[in-house]
Write a protein that binds this ligand. Structure first.
Ligand code: AKB
Length: 338
């Protein structure tokens, strides 16, 4: 019998890094990983096997299919919002075709092993598109199904793949003689901006938050690329990883949706700067506006309503804005010598 494993794609990215560390080397739930690059040595020792390659490589996926029984997939591979605007065709290939390939892989896994495969898909607040700044400012905490008109390639990719996942989970081959729907147990979180004490994001547009804190901890001046009144939701990486795991473990019958909003706090860039300076008083933070990236964050909601996640599967982030600094970021950044 093939070994039962958890598969993480895009494992070398920010979420993958924290997820691998959090899952550890559990012999009851071994982890295999897939990324374009080899894993960092600190992570490589924590996984059962790492495949260096692309999610679009059908032969590689067939090999994984033949070698393991994948029970759960964390499909993290993606190009983020800023990078996707520079390379929209590549973004579509990775973010859409890559997700389609992985959904089909999950379906084949489920069919060949006769059990549903839980498919965890991180979507994003980029799936929203606020029509203008004044509506953004007045909308309050937006619900999952409101303002679904993204303005970025990345946001369009995420929104479409939410629907692809729902199709695989509920309607796959609905005209075929055998009912194959339900074999992919697709579960999607719309993440806000994420902040890790250990890694700095690249290619995203919510990056100004984590970049500001990491620069301050290193004693490097930081020029923020958005207006100081810019407000979007954020959460810490440990809360994001706990949410992924809790949601993956939630009983299917409790879930009333396939897509759930999440957030922990929604500060302005100015509040970010003030909080950063409270803990790193020598921080030098200025603004150097990037009008195009500003346009992207202005199209994202200032806040999201995450009541469904709290109600259905007990989402309960541990870090408020202040606790993110006092209990997580500042102690970890100081420990790592920054
Ligand atoms: C990005 O900025 O692209 C991501 C996201 C909000 O999905 N961090």
């Amino acid at each position: 019998m093939r070994q039962r494993v958890v598969l993480i794609t895009g494992a070398g990215g920010e979420i993958g890094h924290s997820l691998i560390n959090r899952l550890g080397n559990d012999p009851d739930r071994p982890v295999i990983t897939l990324d374009l690059n080899p894993l960092a040595p600190s992570l490589a020792g924590r996984v059962r096997f790492h495949y260096t390659g692309s999610i679009l490589d059908a032969q590689l996926l067939d090999r994984i299919l033949a070698e393991y029984q994948v029970e759960r997939i964390f499909h993290l591979a993606a190009l983020l919002s800023t990078r996707s605007e520079f390379a929209p065709v590549t973004a579509h290939r990775v973010n859409v075709e890559g997700t389609m390939t992985m959904l089909d892989f999950a379906q084949k896994q489920a069919e060949s092993h006769g059990h549903p495969v839980v498919f965890m898909y991180p979507s994003s607040i980029a799936a929203f598109g606020m029509p203008n700044l004044s509506i953004k400012q007045q909308a309050g905490a937006v619900l999952e199904d409101d303002f679904n008109h993204p303005t970025t390639m990345y946001g369009c990719n995420k929104l479409y793949c939410e629907h692809l996942g729902r199709y695989y989970a509920r309607h796959y081959k609905q005209l075929a003689s055998e009912n194959l729907a339900g074999k992919v147990d697709f579960r999607c979180i719309r993440f806000p901006g994420l902040i890790s004490a250990f890694t700095v994001p690249s290619g995203g547009t919510s990056d100004y938050g984590p970049e500001m804190i990491h620069a301050a901890a290193k004693g490097t001046p930081y020029a923020c690329f958005v207006r100081l009144d810019t407000r979007i939701p954020f959460m810490t990486m440990p809360d994001a990883v706990e949410a992924l795991l809790k949601f993956a473990d939630a009983p299917r019958e409790k879930l009333t949706r396939t897509v759930y909003n999440l957030k922990a706090f929604s500060p302005t860039a100015e509040e970010f700067a003030q909080m950063t300076k409270r803990f790193f008083p020598d921080a030098v933070i200025s603004t150097q506006l990037d009008a195009k990236r500003q346009g992207i964050v202005d199209s994202w909601p200032a806040d999201v309503n995450d009541e469904a996640a709290r109600r259905d599967w007990g989402f309960d982030p541990q870090h408020s804005f202040e606790q993110a600094f006092t209990d997580y970021l500042v102690p970890q950044l100081r420990k790592s010598g920054q």
